[in-house]
Design a protein around this ligand. Structure first.
Ligand code: ATP
Length: 338
């Protein structure tokens, strides 16, 4: 499953259909006295954690829109470090598509939505000046909102459910094509549980152990963390490593240590599923506020990828292609021609 959704198995032929010229920001006639700048065109790939956003964007970037550059909008992946725990797309899986805002920032500082608004808009301007197509890809809706909203107030959390008024605005400062990669929650949860096991198999435990050996432990469990310290896996495994010691050297029976480990893994799985659910609620709020999101249902591809049959990888690839990549490419092509 992991290798399918971490992009390694796609084998379809390469197709090149560019529409890049339509991504330039100013097409108005030079004879016009009041030249009005058209808003820049962006593609935004949204969805809960684990839903295949990275895979889809690289598929689009390598096979349909070769002048694409990806701007990461996952607020934890912007920091350097914990590449496995935060699920950063590997160099291999980026397949030559340029990525921005991945592991670029100091893990001990706080990179805020306002920072993202300011820096990502500069990067987008550079991408469009190269006549390339920016693809904004990531699950943090506060980052997506801060970047796209025409008016942004860093003091207001527009997703705050306790707020009486729905303050989500649909006035945007770019011309956006939104692709929402959706997977039904029960199937996504099943997949996320397996993904955590696979991340642990690929070295997440060792990565976290090194992280704590370097950074030390927080003063107390309730101490607020900065930057990368907020990543799922850090608080859950901090509790575990405090109990068993780094390198497993602390006193205590093997059974106790095993139970602590299982508790940490269970908490990581639960918190990942909670993150996915909350992200979906935020996407729904954007949709309810009038954002024109194109929902692409990837559930069948996930169901097939998790199947037990020997041909499930091939079936999942075929379904992914037909039900996710092709419809998405069609939507983006139409948008670029508008
Ligand atoms: P936002 O609400 O700002 O749009 P989000 O939906 O990505 O962001 P939160 O709801 O704030 O995330 O996140 C819940 C928890 O999950 C937080 O502790 C957050 O830091 C953590 N988290 C979010 N993304 C990742 C990630 N890629 N890797 C690990 N942990 C993450």
């Amino acid at each position: 499953i992991f290798s399918f959704f971490s992009l390694k198995s796609t084998s379809s032929p390469e197709t090149n259909m560019t529409a890049m010229n339509s991504t330039t920001s100013n097409n108005s006639s030079s004879s016009s006295i009041h030249r009005r700048q058209k808003p820049k065109k962006l593609v935004v790939v949204m969805g809960a954690t684990g839903s295949g956003k990275s895979k889809l964007s690289v598929d689009l970037g390598t096979r349909f829109f070769p002048n694409s550059e990806i701007v990461n909008s996952d607020k934890i992946q912007v920091y350097r470090g914990l590449d496995i725990a935060t699920n950063k797309i590997s160099m291999h899986d980026r397949r030559g598509v340029p990525h921005h805002f991945l592991g670029e920032f100091d893990p001990e500082t706080e990179f805020t939505p306002s920072d993202f608004r300011e820096l990502a808009s500069k990067t987008i301007a550079q991408i469009t000046s190269r006549r390339n197509l920016p693809l904004i890809v990531g699950g943090s809706n506060s980052f997506i909102y801060s970047l796209l909203a025409k008016r942004f107030n860093s003091e207001t959390d527009v997703f705050d459910e306790s707020s009486a008024i729905n303050s989500v605005s649909s006035e945007l400062r770019y011309s956006c094509c939104f692709l929402w990669v959706d997977v039904s929650l029960p199937i996504l949860n099943e997949y996320l549980d397996k993904r955590v096991d696979e991340m642990l198999d690929s070295g997440m435990y060792e990565e976290l152990e090194e992280y704590f050996a370097r950074e030390g432990f927080a003063e107390s469990e309730s101490a607020s963390r900065t930057g990368l310290g907020k990543a799922i896996g850090v608080p859950e495994f901090e509790r575990y490593f405090k109990r068993v010691g780094l390198g497993g050297g602390a006193d205590g029976s093997e059974v106790e240590k095993r139970l602590s480990y299982e508790e940490a893994v269970k908490a990581v799985k639960e918190n990942t599923c909670t993150l996915a659910k909350r992200q979906l609620e935020k996407i729904q709020r954007l949709k309810d506020a009038g954002w024109d999101l194109h929902k692409i249902d990837a559930t069948e591809a996930f169901r097939a990828a998790m199947g037990m049959t020997s041909d499930s990888g091939k079936r999942a690839s075929d379904i992914w292609e037909k039900m996710v990549v092709e419809p998405s490419a069609k939507i983006v092509k139409r948008f670029l021609m508008e």
